[in-house]
Design a binder for this molecule. Sequence first.
Ligand code: GLV
Ligand code: MN
Ligand code: MN
Ligand code: MN
Length: 409
Amino acid sequence: MVFEQMWRDLAPVGRSAATGGYHRQPWTAVDAELRAWFREEAERRGLAVEQDPLGNLVAWWRPAGTEGARPVLTGSHLDSVADGGAYDGPLGVVSALAAVDLLRERGTVPTRPVGVAVFVEEEGSRFGLACLGSRLATGQATWADVRHRRDAAGTALEDALAAADLGDDPAATGPDGLRWGWLADVEAFVELHVEQGRGLVDLGAPVGVAAGIWPHGRWRLDVTGRADHAGTTRMEDRADPVLTFAMTALAASKQARLAGQRATVGRVEVHPGAANAVPSRVSAWLDARADTEEALAQLVAGIERQARDRAARDGTALEVTAESVSPRIAFDADLAQRLAAGHERGGWPVLWTQAGHDAGVLAAAGVPSAMLFVRNPTGVSHSPEEHAEVPDCLAGVEALADALARLAA
Ligand code: GLV
Ligand code: MN
Ligand code: MN
Ligand code: MN
């Protein structure tokens, strides 16, 4: 089966032999392999591939007579978080190509162009801004905003992009040059994604439809103290930023738990990183999510308040910078209903998600957007444990093909 073949071809790309997890960062050699895989699959199907200067890709199926009609878009992303799972992103791209195959097998000829998109740096795992590709494509960020961002190795985005040698220089395309103007004319964007929690397992359904996305964001916390000797400095004479950080991480977890929200500190850097020195500085990244924008603002303000109180006690200085904030997204209700009702056995369940997606960014830009989720039996994501069974994936492909057939009819 073609779906399984594509899946097998992608499986080794960027996989760690030690953990089985994936390292698929944008503008790397692994990224080049992923791009080459996508181009080959698109060309095999006779789809015309378009790439923007940032590396966003779209493969077009344009049957005769569809010229001038508003396109229908599907797809997802191929990048991963560090040591991520196989499904988050790639399942949506593989399923989109498989859905095109299925429509052709059924003899369905769309009356609109159908595009399969691959958005770059969805996870923000390299340059810290989630959905970087779709934000630029929709004009919700500009090249000037992002070009100087640096990765963990200190490489600037503009240099990483130049080294990847994708072709066009984004700076030369003008302030608006990274915008995919045609997105404004898209009839609908449907992103299929592995579910990243236990919603569908609990509901006993292989496929679901997303109602919307919780507001969420990332905040960088820089705590500055004073480097000193671990042995000769009395405990009461220290300004230790790790203490401020540790208490902030505990406070974040407790506040989120009490409020039914989410807070995570998934990345931390301790400077200079010597076992026998009181550290000089800690940089930590807070990821916070809540069901309303008000609740999110309250949660982050509450965490910041406790962090500042603690910093005052520790004699450290705290700086908080919002790195990216995504609003609450309610997907197009009419579109979601049509997707949910499309299943002849009485409809797919509709559920909210706490994870960010390119579909959320496109929705925020006014593109009618919706998402299909495929059951994840482990309920685990952003981890090598992430999984989906083949029959559920095939149910997802069918649901996507049905959706595309109706939207492009
Ligand atoms: C993206 O996957 C996110 O929600 O972190
Ligand atoms: Mn993800
Ligand atoms: Mn994803
Ligand atoms: Mn995501």
